[in-house]
Design a protein around this ligand. Structure first.
Ligand code: PNW
Length: 472
């Protein structure tokens, strides 16, 4: 018999990794200390404080730049065996370019990695989690193709200096949200170039990722023996009804979200999803353009990008319901997609409007990845978590994790998915981008009005501690 209903950590495969995560900008603070340069989030918040819902900033955040030892000790105490961090590009290269390397910044990450090693906690390191050096944004950021080379230079500095301490790498976290910083106003640099800037930025992100993957593969992997991947945001889309038309709508919606960056890297054919290519080319023509808003890759680029992964890194939070219909500005990615998103009113809500609780969608999402990108593809769930407020008795989060872990176990045991790791987002309450400190995801509470930034255990941290104890 299998004990999927009665969830136990010991039912997961022996070598399965349970961990937790953070990102540099959301926890470090020390925004202008130790030689760090300005990032695009520093700039937008300092010039437009109202950009953040509670007018807060990440100047100090969790102060993890100074308090990382305390964090790592708590991670160990909770029983996690992996910690996902990101490196702040402007902390290492304040100008964005490798003409000047800030050794104090590098030393900080060396210290963090040493501390993790002391506790036998495996690091997973993302090179880019949204905090672009402002100096590069001034030259167009991800819309300027020269960023491909700058990103490669930055990655080389990191692999050369920290590469022997890291076996799990991520290049870029959630390209789709980064691209939306060029279309919508939801993320820095907040340019509003809908249906144009997002596709150009996304195009360069894919090229930059692949160049770094190939460089690592050729020059570093033989000696450093790590794995490297691109981090995708994998929220699931279900058909709104059981009509065949809604089934097609949901699939089209998935291709416009996960497929936008997933198809070029993980599919056997490479390049953008055919449905994106067709629709955007057609819409561009109708708009009187003599070129598609979705740029074309050369054949060499398609080959270089295709297969540039060692595992599938997926951040999953929620599910939507899809049906065909027009929405969004003209032009925009949303309008191109031509799928309306809805939710089932029965799904429990959270403190983020975009996050509803539907654990079955998690298992379905994993099946979708297998069906499209390979039955045996190794999958790491690099983020999964629940949004609430300041409460310490976070029953909603406990029940979220409990139900999502059960679905994960079914995906592994009953569907045979090759999921190798699961990382809870996030270890600490932290700076939730435009949501400031109003949207909490942490297992540990952080008091952001106390200069000491005390960490306090929530019920969900106790839940994890008990769950992981069964594996010890
Ligand atoms: C991710 N959505 O962003 C990011 O990787 C984290 O930095 C962030 O703290 C976390 O999820 C929680 O938001 C997302 O609208 C932002 O579906 C938006 C969505 C999903 C993920």
């Amino acid at each position: 018999t299998n004990d999927v209903e009665d969830l136990r950590a010991s039912s997961f495969p022996k070598r399965f990794i349970f961990g937790t995560g953070s990102s540099a900008y959301q926890v470090e603070g020390a925004w202008n200390e130790g030689g760090k340069g300005e990032s695009i989030w520093d700039r937008i918040i300092h010039t437009t404080p109202s950009y953040i819902q509670d007018n807060s900033s990440a100047d100090v955040a969790c102060d993890s730049y100074h308090r990382y030892k305390e964090d790592i000790k708590l991670i160990k105490k909770t029983g996690f065996s992996m910690y996902r961090i990101s490196i702040s590009w402007p902390r290492v290269l304040p100008n964005g370019t490798n003409d000047y390397i800030n050794s104090e910044g590098l030393q900080h990450y060396r210290n963090v990695l040493n501390e993790l090693a002391r506790y036998n906690i495996e690091p997973m390191v993302t090179l880019y989690h949204w905090d672009l050096p402002q100096a590069l944004q001034d030259m167009g950021g991800w819309m300027n193709e020269t960023i491909v080379e700058h990103f490669q230079n930055y990655a080389r500095v990191i692999f050369e200096t920290l590469g022997n301490q890291v076996k799990w790498w991520g290049t870029i976290n959630e390209p789709k949200q980064i691209a939306r910083g060029y279309s919508s106003h939801n993320y820095a640099p907040s340019l509003g170039l809908n249906g144009v800037g997002d596709y150009i930025a996304g195009h360069n992100i894919l090229k930059a990722h692949a160049k770094v993957y190939r460089m690592y593969e050729k020059e570093f992997k033989p000696t450093q023996k790590g794995k490297i991947s691109l981090g995708l945001s994998g929220n699931f889309l279900l058909p709104k009804t059981d009509s065949e038309e809604d089934a097609r709508a949901a699939e089209q919606g998935m291709q416009f979200s996960l497929g936008w960056f997933g198809h070029p890297v993980y599919s056997s054919t490479g390049d953008y999803p055919p449905v994106m290519r067709d629709i955007i080319d057609r819409n561009s023509l109708r708009e009187g353009r003599n070129q598609s808003r979705l740029p074309y890759f050369t054949l060499e680029e398609i080959e270089e990008i295709k297969g540039s992964y060692d595992y599938f890194s997926c951040n999953h939070y929620t599910t939507f319901l899809g049906t065909f219909g027009e929405s969004g500005l003209d032009p925009s990615n949303e309008r191109d997609r031509n799928v309306l998103l809805d939710v089932n009113p029965k799904w429990p809500a959270s403190n983020c409007t975009w996050l509803k609780v539907y654990p079955e969608g998690f298992r379905k999402m994993i099946s979708w990845i297998k069906a499209h990108y390979g039955e045996h593809i190794p999958i790491a769930i690099t983020e999964n978590g629940y949004c609430d407020d300041e409460r310490l008795n976070d029953f909603g989060r406990v029940s979220y994790y409990d139900s999502y872990l059960k679905e994960l176990l079914k995906a592994i045991v009953e569907d045979g998915a090759n999921v190798v790791a699961y990382l809870a987002w996030s270890f600490l309450d932290n700076f939730e981008w435009r949501g400031g400190y109003m949207r909490r995801f942490g297992l540990y509470h952080v008091n952001f009005s106390d200069p000491q930034r005390p960490r306090k255990r929530k019920l969900s941290a106790e839940y994890w501690e008990r769950f992981l104890l069964q594996r010890a």
